[in-house]
Design a protein around this ligand. Structure first.
Ligand SMILES: [Zn+2]
Length: 375
């Protein structure tokens, strides 16, 4: 028997006369708005055990989805399960809304709904996840090669607040990879140039530009209130300092580094998972001798390489905020651009780590410049 169809107007009249209007879309879709008076039941849940959710086989049931396809398929399934008075609403919630019928709407503005629509369609992000991104405060240390793609993608994704720390100015030799900056902004502080680029992309992201070098004296002030820390720096003293501060202050650190044609990334979460997740010092207890670890200005770097690594860092940062997927915690991902290969190494927490071992308390920050100079 063909499924009966009703118009949204008819559905409203019948619902007011006692029919059940069921919105069979997913939670993340209903969160954005649904027909007023409809009851939300996931299609999968309904089809797997309709008797538990709708015990009366003779009740008049009207099914509603986004555009009318899923509700029709669901109606067919329910009919085979013995429901005798079932109909699908033609055109779904979109037609209901277009007809001006009463809606329960999410408390978001039109810009938010449209800008993040592709996130809102993902059940793993959805309205709840997007609001979490909006409420997130991320620290980006370095507005350079790694920081550029990370900042742009994190702002585009809807991170609400980004504190960007860098004490450098834009130089012509930066523009080969540091895509936050432009020719016209050479000589400008990088944090100001970054703020211009980010605001142009997403004015919803609040930028806190900190034109300072991060040091043992200011690191705790700079990390204060931040949910996730992204290391986009290019030097060992800052890397060790950030690691130690993140362990002490219990903040996740998204690490990235590049060298010529190779890069690596990991998530160090020892601050929140002492003795379980490793920190940077578990991996590299001692910095390499300075002559073995030249920075980009000395060794050169393929311009796209920090783009790849910085975007992987942004991906991990977003996953940490949303609590989805498998974070790169306890894993080091290495990338070789010439071979175009990724290699993954498992990392364990070092029970003798001087910073993150469970029984260890960080008393203070060392002189990181001297530490890394081998002094
Ligand atoms: Zn450690």
């Amino acid at each position: 028997m063909p499924i009966r169809h009703v118009t949204p107007e008819d559905a409203l009249t019948r619902m007011r006369a006692g029919a059940l209007l069921i919105d069979v879309r997913g939670d993340h879709e209903r969160a954005l708005g649904m027909a007023d008076g409809a009851r939300g039941i996931d299609r999968e849940a309904l089809e797997s055990d309709p008797g538990a959710l709708l015990p009366d086989l003779d009740a008049e049931i009207l099914l509603l989805c986004q555009r009318g396809q899923r509700s029709q398929q669901c109606a067919l399934v329910l009919e085979t399960r013995g429901y005798g008075n079932i109909a699908s609403v033609v055109g779904g919630t979109e037609a209901w809304d277009a007809a001006g019928l009463p809606m329960q709407r999410a408390d978001i503005d039109a810009d938010f709904g449209e800008r993040y629509s592709r996130h809102l369609r993902l059940p793993e992000v959805g309205l709840a996840g997007q609001k979490r991104l909006q409420a997130t405060r991320m620290l980006l240390v370095g507005a350079g090669g790694l920081g550029s793609p990370a900042a742009l993608y994190l702002a585009a994704a809807g991170v609400g607040t980004m504190r960007i720390v860098d004490d450098d100015v834009v130089d012509l030799s930066n523009l080969q990879r540091q895509i936050l900056h432009t020719n016209a902004r050479i000589g400008m502080p990088k944090v100001d140039s970054a703020a211009i680029a980010i605001s142009a992309l997403n004015p919803r992201t609040a930028i806190e530009a900190v034109n300072e070098r991060i040091t043992a004296d200011n690191v705790e002030r700079i990390l204060d209130g931040m949910d996730v820390v992204i290391d986009g720096g290019d030097n060992f003293p800052v890397r060790y300092l950030l690691n130690d501060a993140c362990v002490k202050l219990r903040k996740p650190l998204v690490y990235g580094a590049v060298h010529r044609f190779e890069g690596q990334i990991s998530v160090f979460d020892a601050g929140r998972q002492r003795g379980v997740a490793p920190c940077y010092r578990c991996l590299f207890p001692e910095p390499p001798p300075p002559e073995a670890a030249p920075n980009c200005s000395e060794a050169g770097v393929l311009g796209v390489l920090p783009g790849v690594i910085g975007m992987l860092q942004a991906t991990e940062a977003i996953k940490l905020v949303l609590g989805i997927g498998e974070p790169l915690r306890g894993r080091l991902l290495q990338f070789d651009a010439l071979a175009m290969r990724f290699r993954e190494t498992r990392l364990a927490a070092d029970p003798a780590c001087p910073v993150c071992a469970p029984d260890c308390t960080l008393l203070g920050y060392v002189d990181y410049a001297a530490f890394c100079a081998g002094a």
